[in-house]
Design a protein around this ligand. Sequence first.
Ligand code: PLP
Length: 397
Amino acid sequence: MSLNFDSLFVGDVPDGGRVAPVKRGKYDFAVAYPDPVSLPNEHIVESVAEALAENGSDLAIYPHPQGNTLLRQYVAEKLSRDRDINAGVDDIILGNGSGHPIELLCRVLINPGDVVITDDFVYGGTLNNLRKQFADIRGVQSDASGMDPEALDATITEAKSQGKKPKFVYLIATFQNPQGWTLSEARRKEILAVTQKHEVPILEDDCYADNRYDGESVTSIFNLDDTDSVMYVGSFSKIISPGMSLGYMTAPPSVLDKVMGIKTGQRVSEFTALVVEKYARKYLDSHIEKINGIQRGKRDAMLSAIGENFGTSAEWSNPDGGLYIWMKLKDGVDMVALHKKALDEIDVGVHPGSNYSPDGVSGKNYLRLCFGYNDSDEIQTGISLLSDFLTKEGALD
Ligand SMILES: Cc1ncc(COP(=O)(O)O)c(C=O)c1O
């Protein structure tokens, strides 16, 4: 007889589907994959050889609890150069991607029922981390320029009047996922003025900061804050590959200390960190320039295909960077049902908008289209198939 674990599990843990296959479309606009052809595999191989020749014996030792020191030094230098963030090597903690530090921050800050503020549509991975902590997630509406500071003020004021001062505001200020906008410096300052007035911290997720195809870089919120109220996460996923599984965070010292209190036993691969440090110092800047050129072309291909095929029957974003187009269809369209049908019938993968709403239900008539993976011809074909499919389903006029 087998032991039955059912009565032993902690409450509300969903079944993850151990062997559920990830079904991907031939035209894969669903997940944020980068261009597979330009992955820098040769330079990575070269960096493996160099890293092992120079530091291979370090692999005999368990890594520093905050992650490899050489890579933390590189991250500190990059943040200072590119994001105007002055963090010492001791102020950086590496993670297995940036989702890992986001999870750790959620764990040290959120008790069940605590209010956390996000955009009205926002990255689903963070929503899931917030849900795991049973946060009361409240979305603030955004306009084409991002989160509305007055609406933020009203949302914080309302939560405080209910005795629930928010734990933090989560912001993807540059090339927001999925909406695509970037907060201007002025808007960042307006948002900071609101959060500082209410003494509510910000968690700034800056994982797309390097993926700019047009326009000028905007400084980080971390830099604009003078009250030690911003926590910051970044990643190598969008500039090398998600398969590297390397990200990082910095934050005020008391937050870093707490994070280290629960990170025990969660190692970040020393091998990967040594390789990425070698690779990044030699090649990362030129690689970013190269992939930005490629992704600019793919964004333009998707925008022109959408323009040709969707005409006036939808509204969509026109982002200066990042990986997504955010599209709104007419009220009543149910992309939750249609996205599954599209995958089966036309081999096109998209994500329904409700994946990005704090309540998990709103936004069914929106979809997110990622232009990173397919080439421009495939993008053209996939978008044309999608618009024919949506027309057939009555989703377009
Ligand atoms: C806004 C945002 N933050 C964090 C992540 C997590 O990325 P990773 O854990 O691979 O660094 C993603 C991935 O798509 C993202 O879009």
